[in-house]
Design a protein around this ligand. Sequence first.
Ligand code: SF4
Length: 429
Amino acid sequence: MTRLIPLAPGKACAAPPARVVLRERGQREVFCGLTSIMWLHRKMQDAFFLIVGSRTCAHLMQSAAGVMIFAEPRFATAIIEERDLAGMADINEELNKTVARLLERRPEIKLLFLVGSCPSEVIKLDLGRAAERLSMTYSPKVRILNYSGSGIETTFTQGEDACLAALVPELPAAESAAPELMVVGALADVVEDQFARLFDALGIGPVRFLPSRKSGALPPVGPNTKFLLAQPWLRDTARALEARGAVHLPALFPLGVEGTTAWLMAAATAFGVSPALFQAVTEMPRARATRALLRYNDTLAGKSLFCFPDSQMEVPLARFLSRELGMRLEEVGTPYLHAGHMADELALLPADVRLSEGQDVDLQLERAREARPDITLCGLGLANPLEQEGLTTKWSIELVFTPIQGYEQCGDLAELFARPLTRRTRLAV
Ligand code: SF4
């Protein structure tokens, strides 16, 4: 099913071009929200993710995590067996026993997420009530929360959104009347540290990050909290923070020189940083990042890009690749388009770019085949068949796992798109 929907412009853009969005609802090729546990469990160092799901869920996690586990992982799957489904066993009792065994064996766990899946949703297992019941036993030593990572009508990055939204009610109330900055969205530690240093040099503080590395250091929230989104997939988390009085600072996402500068500028403006100080603090890293991008101009300028909807990073990436590296955009597909959070990004895309939201994969594949883009950004499931057809692909999930935000990572981000093109050129020689 395909519909053309005009997208209302957001408040943040001064004179936004009228956009028509091709909205499709059909078969989709995306991972489910469980996948986000891969980066969340590394970020939240005393948390554990207990998926309540099927053997399929366990296999997904094992194969996705296979190359990434260097120590005992902080996630596992409590398998819903056939006898649970048939009502022959009390599934809540089984879950109690599993949690008891887990917490006894892993006393370092301070925050336990019960993560719902398609099977637990289908059998209507009430994990919210289970989390409440288990909290009565294990609180305050262990905090127990729940969210859904189910693949029913969701895409993989929404797992992080659901997880952080579940954390928001747990954030302590801000006690200070002074404004505080919260950066929302999991970032690699190295990127987080770089941003913390830049905010510090700008005199902006205190600055807190959600998620925090330790569950005992959750950031406080209140009407004096101003927050920047570091990732574009945090609709429910943003809404939950706003419900607690926090104020969203609209901005580009911190990808590329332009995005990073605008993102920092949004905080600088809100915290009354002088233009002179902003210039002084950002001048050198901006120049470094601009120089790093120059290396990739020959490879990427003029090349065409087709984005399949997968991570929700597609719009900011397309903005970066077209404006800073001169790529041509054939189609920018994204699973969901948040008109408010994406307003600044959309205002900077070429007026004639085809935007699509959602997916009908066969129709989209036809458009990609017709366009024959130089590079196709897509999920893992589409990459191999498209490579087989002679198209050069980039896995969008790789961009979620790689540190790409901020000035120091601009060159690495460009490299991720240049590398497949270079590889194909070498293979063709
Ligand atoms: S949550 Fe659903 S989509 Fe994800 S692995 Fe389990 S069954 Fe598959």
